[in-house]
Design a protein around this ligand. Structure first.
Ligand code: PLP
Length: 337
């Protein structure tokens, strides 16, 4: 076995991996990447078909990204945001905020009375970007007179692996072992049309979408969940938390057109802030089409970078990470009003 592979077996603990199985085979040791290709220590080439877990949007070893990083390194690698400002943070924050606000018209703003996204809080990974959103929303709820705001998230949600993010998550394989460590959150069904739980056809057929008329039962259930909570607590949820348009770690489960808009309208009608987890979907991963106005007419206001834009949903908090640096650096941001 290659020396690097031996060192891996001896010292490296891999995430989401049954290590007993991992140790049975010689691992592939990646040493280089160019464009969409990876190269291993034995000189073999591989297509990086999952873009290094959804992070690498522009290819490995991209000359422009390499140049930007080395140019910055010649100036300074890191300086604290605590008590000091810095050049790239100022420039990037402006670009993120402008990109995030492009999609929603002033009229839509008046209707939802959501102020524009106005600030970027930088951190280092998607889980942390979600923790930041949670903490901000918790504090807003608390100052609004709710001593312990509760959060509502979707069935099969994945928001990262820190304690707050796992508390919002709904994937037993990843999360069950930690139930005693977590805080309680409520859940609501995500639309999973392929295996819709409201499909009562017997015998069950392969794909409910092809023959079953949808009555949007999952949205009714969402509305009932909000109503029950409002009646019991007299205060809204701290936030409604969702992966917009597609649930990634759940198995790439796409939401039907219009679902996000309707679900977030329901949340808004109960005065609940929105946390959009665009860690996977951000930066054009659900398409970069022309931004559409709510009515459907194109206004030609530029390319959309975010999944929420597709349904003119303006969240109060947006978590960004993975694609933000094209997978080159550990960097994340939480945008908020
Ligand atoms: C990957 C992912 C996260 C967590 O991001 P990390 O950078 O791995 O902490 C959170 N939410 C979604 C939707 C993700 O896909």
């Amino acid at each position: 076995m290659n020396r690097l592979a031996q060192l891996d077996h001896r010292y490296v603990w891999h995430p989401f991996t049954q290590m007993r199985d991992w140790l049975k085979a010689e691992p592939i040791v990646i040493t280089e990447g160019h464009g969409a290709m990876l190269k291993d220590a034995k000189g073999r080439n591989y297509l990086d078909a999952n873009s290094s877990i959804w992070t690498n949007l522009h290819g490995h070893n991209h000359p422009q990204l390499n140049h930007a990083i080395t140019r910055q390194l010649k100036k300074i690698a890191h300086s604290s945001a605590l008590g000091l400002a810095n050049e790239p943070a100022s420039l990037l924050a402006e670009r993120l905020i402008k990109a995030a606000n492009r999609a929603v018209s002033p009229a839509a703003d008046r209707k939802t009375s959501t102020p524009s996204l106005g600030k970027a809080f930088f951190s280092d990974d998607g889980s942390t970007a979600m923790e930041v959103a949670l903490k901000l929303a918790f504090e807003v709820g608390r100052r609004g007179g709710n001593p312990h705001p509760k959060f509502l998230s979707l069935d099969r949600a994945y928001h990262g692996d820190t304690v707050g993010a796992v508390s919002l998550g709904r994937i037993d394989l990843f999360h069950k072992a930690y139930s005693q460590l977590l805080f309680r959150t409520d859940k609501t069904p995500a639309p999973y049309c392929y295996r819709c739980p409201y499909n009562r056809a017997k015998p069950e057929r392969a794909d409910a979408r092809s023959y079953r008329k949808c009555n949007e039962e999952c949205l009714d259930q969402l509305e009932r969940t909000f109503a029950r909570h409002a009646k019991k607590n007299r205060k809204p949820y701290g936030a409604f938390v969702f992966e917009p348009l597609i649930q990634g770690a759940a198995g790439m489960i796409a939401q039907p057109d219009g679902w996000l808009r309707k679900a977030t309208d329901i949340a808004r009608s109960f005065g609940t802030p929105l946390i959009a987890d665009e860690v996977m979907t951000g930066f054009g991963r659900t398409g970069t089409g022309e931004i559409q106005k709510a009515g459907g007419a194109s206004r030609g206001i530029g390319q959309s970078l975010f999944a929420c834009d597709k349904e003119s949903v303006r969240p109060d908090y947006v978590a960004l990470a993975k694609g933000m640096t094209g997978g080159y650096l550990p960097l994340a941001a939480t945008l908020t009003t």
